[in-house]
Design a protein around this ligand. Structure first.
Ligand code: SAM
Length: 251
């Protein structure tokens, strides 16, 4: 068990640092391979929250989140580049899991906070931190959060990403409002999740949140939706929103 853990964390560090070449591009983005991501155990209905992934076997979850084909269908470098230049910025990765996105951003940002509610993923990310090149270690922090609270300090983040996690969050409008308190004025929020249409990658449709629903919830929480990209990724949509300026009547 411990050997597998060490092996997987070494793979994560290697993959993250290798794939992030500093200009936000994926070196492998064009290779046509696809596998099915294991759906999380789900008991809720369509357009509602998925249960937390904590019920899953941890090693399987890690292997799933770190699957090699992901870089091809999710193009993490391209998605991260949508946040612009991260130099000097603090980014929070909500539902960071193994840190698939977190560790790709570490070399680019001043600080990346890997936020998760599952202590096993917090330990996993911490085990990766000690394997990072020394100069990057101060740029990473793991943070154990609560299901209804990302535990960010007031206006702590310049940018926030939520990848493959939006559907796990309950009372999302309320959650987004709380998240917004942890974001600087005009901070970016990037949400990436699975499109409906029973595609070959991702959970069953019943457990996905539609792009329209995401947009509605963001608006209700006082975010300004800046961009919706339904084309760049085969299986996923990307939504970029901004924390509204209080002067405009936002949060
Ligand atoms: C499918 S994984 C995605 C992990 C990572 N974002 C990725 O793309 O590889 C969902 C993660 O969200 C976490 N999670 C679920 N509900 C959460 C919540 N309310 N706040 C923060 N993290 C949550 C789970 O523990 C899990 O690590």
């Amino acid at each position: 068990m411990m050997r597998l853990f060490i092996f997987l964390s070494a793979v994560v560090v290697g993959a993250a640092l290798w794939s992030c070449n500093g200009n936000g591009t994926d070196r492998n983005a064009n290779t046509p391979i696809m596998t099915r991501e294991t759906p999380p155990p789900v008991t809720t209905s369509a357009e509602s929250s998925m249960p937390h992934s904590g019920a899953g076997n941890f090693e399987n979850l890690v292997a799933d989140y770190e699957s090699k084909d992901r870089v091809i269908w999710q193009k993490p470098g391209m998605a991260i580049a949508m946040l612009g230049d991260l130099k000097g910025k603090t980014v929070a990765d909500i539902g960071a899991g193994t840190g698939y996105f977190t560790f790709r951003m570490v070399p680019l940002a001043e600080k990346v906070i890997g936020v998760d509610i599952d202590p096993r993923f917090i330990s996993f990310m911490d085990s990766i931190k000690v394997r990072l090149p020394e100069q990057y270690r101060p740029h990473f922090e793991s943070r154990l959060a609560k299901p209804d609270d990302p535990m960010l300090g007031p206006e702590e983040a310049d940018a926030v990403i939520i990848v493959n996690t939006y559907g796990y969050i309950e009372n999302r409008v309320q959650y987004l409002q709380r998240l917004s308190n942890g974001m600087k004025p005009q901070a970016d929020l990037l949400i990436i999740d699975f499109k409906k249409n029973n595609l070959s990658v991702g959970p069953p449709d019943a457990y996905k949140i539609s792009i329209n629903q995401v947009e509605k919830e963001l608006n209700a929480a006082g975010f300004q939706v800046e961009k919706i990209d339904n084309e760049a990724l085969d299986y996923q949509y990307i939504v970029l929103a901004k924390k509204s300026n209080p002067a405009d009547g936002g949060q």
